[in-house]
Design a protein around this ligand. Structure first.
Ligand code: ASN
Length: 322
């Protein structure tokens, strides 16, 4: 018999109406109980938290990582399903993926409409997630949503409301679920790095976005607030002003690791303009194809892996895939 462990964290899939809007309130058993039992499948449910994912903290995410590690320590477990709010799902998924070293999958899913709401996408997403948790192997951490299977790396929430909410703006999905069948692209394999379980307190890692007329005030404020890492969201190919490049240089000299990504929806950081090259010359690490939310997770993971800014900077390209 297959055995899937569900780790419930909240999100719309666990939400009910309140006077000010939807709020996560259902426990994992009620979420999973919305599906009819599947023959030959045992489901165990762990309630990690019941929050809207916009309110998730790094502590929740590290607890999730630990729960996954504990669940996978049981060889009888076939796979894991994490029910999660969509707002920050891409962050938790990538944190898990950067530490995942097991052929069995961890599948994150959620919904855009609550369970019980007319036309809710929750039942389908959940049953698809179970199917993938039972069948996928060597694919790392996956996001299953609206009939599509996505690699955690690179996948972001692309639409605030549409049920087709997730995708990698630079890559095709790994596969689809059609008529209850998992159809994967041939030759897809998880090749990400697997960091050891992080220890200790998570450092502060901020995201600062550049825009026209932008100045280095927020970047310097982040350093002053004690950030050990900063994700600079540059314009276009990863560009900003000479004043910001100067602030990046100062931050780097102060031992803060800066990574630079782009405000654009898709495409890599590419230092083809001096306004981007200056940032790299000042010490910033280019984030490849990753967007700000996952660049921050890579930076956070690297900083939890080593205390040394130099070693962190050397490790980052592997984690970023750049
Ligand atoms: N669709 C959702 O799950 C959105 C919700 N705000 C959450 O992230 O928890």
């Amino acid at each position: 018999m297959d055995r899937v462990v569900v780790i419930a964290t909240g999100g719309t899939i666990a939400s009910q109406p309140t006077t000010t809007g939807l709020a996560a309130s259902l426990r994992g058993k009620s979420v999973v109980g919305a599906l009819p039992p599947t023959a030959g499948l045992r489901v165990d449910v762990i309630d990690l938290c019941t929050v809207d994912s916009s309110c998730l903290t790094v502590r929740h995410q590290l607890d999730l990582l630990e729960q996954v590690r504990v669940a996978l320590a049981d060889p009888e477990v076939t796979g894991i399903v994490v029910t999660h709010g969509t707002d920050t799902l891409e962050e938790s998924a990538f944190l898990l993926d950067l530490h995942h070293d097991d052929p069995r999958p961890v599948v994150l899913t959620g919904s855009q409409l609550p369970l019980g709401h007319e036309g809710s996408d929750a039942p389908r997403n959940l049953s698809d997630a179970f199917l993938v948790a039972q069948q996928a192997r060597d694919l790392g951490v996956l996001v299953v949503f609206n009939g599509h299977v996505h690699a955690a790396r690179g996948t972001v929430k692309r639409h605030t409301l549409d049920p087709h909410a997730f995708g990698d703006p630079s890559r095709e999905p790994l596969g689809r679920i059609l008529g209850g069948e998992l159809l994967l692209r041939p030759d897809v394999r998880h090749r990400g790095p697997a960091l050891p379980a992080p220890r200790g307190e998570a450092p502060r890692v901020d995201i600062v976005t550049h825009h026209s007329d932008g100045d280095p005030v927020l970047l310097r404020a982040s350093v002053a607030a004690g950030a050990r890492g900063i994700v600079l969201v540059g314009a276009g190919t990863g560009n900003a002003t000479p004043e910001i490049a100067q602030a990046v240089r100062e931050a780097t000299l102060a031992g803060v690791v800066v990574a630079v990504t782009s405000r654009c929806a898709a495409g890599p950081v590419a230092p083809i303009y001096a306004s981007g090259g200056d940032l790299l010359a000042a010490g910033a690490v280019p984030a490849g194809h990753l967007r700000a939310s996952q660049t921050r997770i890579a930076l956070l993971s690297a900083l939890m892996h080593t205390d040394s800014p130099e070693r962190c900077r050397a490790l980052l390209p592997t984690l970023l895939g750049s």
